[in-house]
Design a protein around this ligand. Structure first.
Ligand SMILES: Cc1cc2nc3c(=O)[nH]c(=O)nc-3n(C[C@H](O)[C@H](O)[C@H](O)COP(=O)(O)O)c2cc1C
Length: 149
């Protein structure tokens, strides 16, 4: 394990709804970047279907996942929505802006995209937080050392 693996974060699922095309993908490379206005940054691989959809719309959601949500995280983190409907059989809800909120979330953050930064094989999407809600008073499932902890 290299030193980068020692950067721990919450395990999240970033969700998107681009004109009716919905998707989500597990994301561990996520952080707060501004207090005022509140902003976060998420790093999305350029090959991901989520990347394609996030480039078509200016809203995205972040579901911060509970420790017992590993099954949902593995669905959203191993299959691609390009060929597979990850929402099939999942009891999701939609936010006021139609962004999916997944079961197993302890908190939901909704963002308006304010900028994009090219970062090697990923793009960093910077979002201003326009809505946030704690759904369950719990600690998140952590990600570090290349795995869910
Ligand atoms: C725990 C976990 C964390 C992940 N973190 C990221 C991440 O930060 N950024 C990213 O682009 N992909 C990440 N991935 C990989 C994507 O979730 C995965 O490739 C997904 O299937 C892409 O789906 P899509 O093609 O439908 O967008 C992670 C996967 C797992 C299981």
């Amino acid at each position: 394990m290299d030193a980068l693996g020692k950067l721990y974060s919450s395990t999240t699922i970033v969700t998107v709804n681009a004109w009716g095309k919905m998707n989500g993908c597990a994301v561990a490379w996520i952080t707060r970047v501004s207090l005022e206005p509140p902003m976060i940054a998420v790093s999305i691989g350029k090959q991901r279907y989520t990347h394609e959809l996030m480039s078509l719309t200016d809203h995205f959601g972040v579901c911060i996942m509970l420790p017992d949500a590993r099954k949902t995280i593995s669905i959203f983190g191993s299959k691609t929505g390009r060929y597979y409907n990850k929402f099939d059989g999942i009891d999701y809800k939609l936010s006021d802006n139609d962004v999916p909120i997944l079961p197993g979330s302890l908190a939901f953050i909704e963002c308006k995209t304010r900028g994009k930064l090219d970062a090697g094989d990923h793009t960093i999407f910077v979002g201003e937080v326009i809505h946030q809600k704690v759904l369950k008073d719990s600690k998140p499932l952590l990600y570090g050392e290349g795995r869910m902890l």
